[in-house]
Design a protein around this ligand. Structure first.
Ligand code: NAD
Ligand code: DAU
Length: 349
């Protein structure tokens, strides 16, 4: 029986993960905490909200008192930290909240876990923890920076983040590592490539392009559109996290990716073609400052050491994703009718 604290579980990947875990492990208790920023949406959890092994608490990971209360009240023995400001473009406009949530929020969670999991809390040099506890940090491939035409990210590479978002995520990784080295907290870090799939907020490339295409609005492609991302279906990311949670070796970092590199312009053209629209909707716009040219994940460690394999082909995953957005017009409308348009106008108009 595990009591798993998921942070940021009302966001895109977190909500997919919570639904996966609540359904697959009825004997685990999933405690989902989320500050419900613009990116958090409880609609994403409608399907499981009444399950007896699921609980939601609105809380900010930077709030030490609240985190302490949650650990005490629920006897948490695992943390999976998804909570973050996650959008690169927003980090260019308003970097500060990326630093407070992504770095300081991570430190608050680590401090709270250390306090509650230590077998000798009064001994400042104690490195022993209750059996079965683990802190899992959900990081990103962006911490490695950008690749040229060749090469892939491996776990041993130096961190060279280029945006305020990725610098904050890299800083969090270093804090997690330090708490493992100094205090002996059992941790893992995962670094995944770009996710796509249901419930992704329409500020990110794929849902933004689907939504605009459906409305026959301009499709804003940054720069020359030849930047490369390594796309993975969110369900495959969730199975990888599940495996790392159960079998990841203490202190280890695992890259997650499905060997699926695509240029942005090819993704946009695929969406146009699937929806039967015209390529005249494509509008090349000013490039993102500091735009990383290419990401590619070497997944050898997780596939060979932990036996994870992605289930989705990109073709199948994109087909299902586009169908999902077509069938969930209300979900999209609820989002884009709120503050989203203000954001959109600020960024694109
Ligand atoms: P998201 O923006 O959709 O969700 C983030 C969630 O965190 C939201 O529900 C938000 O309300 C919550 N949150 C933000 N600040 C908080 C705070 N201070 N306290 C509590 N909750 C807070 O993000 P996502 O795309 O689902 O990404 C989740 C995690 O996975 C992030 O850590 C991100 O860095 C990482 N990641 C994302 C991708 C991707 O392609 N989306 C790939 C690799 C890694
Ligand atoms: O690699 C993992 C990362 O992937 C995660 O850590 C981030 O949280 C996640 O947001 C994502 O970052 P990207 O910057 O790669 O994703 P985004 O969807 O914002 O952009 C994907 C590519 O598409 C990128 O090269 C920028 C480009 N783009 C994006 C938007 C929103 C456009 O050309 N036009 C757009 O309007």
């Amino acid at each position: 029986m595990k009591r798993i604290l998921v942070t940021g579980g009302a966001g895109f990947i977190g909500s997919n993960f919570v639904r996966h875990m609540v359904t697959k492990y009825p004997d685990y208790t999933m405690i989902n905490i989320d500050a419900l920023t613009y990116a958090g949406n409880l609609e994403n959890l409608k399907a499981i909200k009444n399950n007896s092994n699921y609980l939601f608490v609105k809380a900010d990971i930077r709030d030490r008192v609240k985190m302490d209360e949650i650990f005490s009240g629920h006897d948490v023995d695992v943390v999976v930290n998804f909570a973050a400001e996650s959008h690169v473009d927003r980090s260019i406009v308003e970097p500060e909240v990326f630093l407070t949530t992504n770095i300081l929020g991570t430190q608050v969670l680590l401090d709270t876990a250390k306090k509650h999991w230590s077998v000798c809390p009064n001994d400042k040099y104690c490195r022993e923890y209750k059996p079965g506890v683990k802190y899992l940090q959900i990081s990103t491939d962006e911490v490695y920076g950008a690749l040229g035409k060749t090469g892939m990210f491996v776990e041993t590479m130096p961190l060279l983040p280029n945006s305020p978002y990725s610098a904050a995520k890299a800083s969090a990784d270093l804090i997690v590592r330090a708490y493992h080295e100094t205090f002996g907290i059992p941790v893992n870090i995962t670094r995944c490539s770009n996710n796509y799939g249901p419930f992704q907020f329409p500020e990110k490339l794929i849902p933004l392009m689907i939504n605009n295409c459906l409305k026959e609005k301009d499709l804003p492609v940054y720069g020359d559109g030849m930047q490369v991302r390594d796309w993975l279906h969110v369900a495959d990311h969730c199975t990888a996290i599940d495996i790392v949670l159960h079998t990841g070796v203490d202190g280890e970092i695992y890259n997650i990716g499905g060997n699926n590199e695509k240029t942005n312009i090819d993704i946009v053209k695929l969406i146009i073609q699937t929806l039967g629209k015209s390529e005249t909707l494509i509008k090349y716009v000013r490039d993102r400052p500091g735009h990383d040219r290419r990401y590619a994940i070497d997944n050898t460690k997780i596939t060979t050491q932990l036996g994870w394999v992605p289930a989705y082909t990109f073709k199948q995953g994109m087909k299902e994703t586009i169908e999902w957005y077509l069938s969930q017009a209300d979900w999209v409308e609820n989002i884009v009718s709120g503050d989203y348009m203000e954001y959109y106008d600020k960024m694109y108009v």
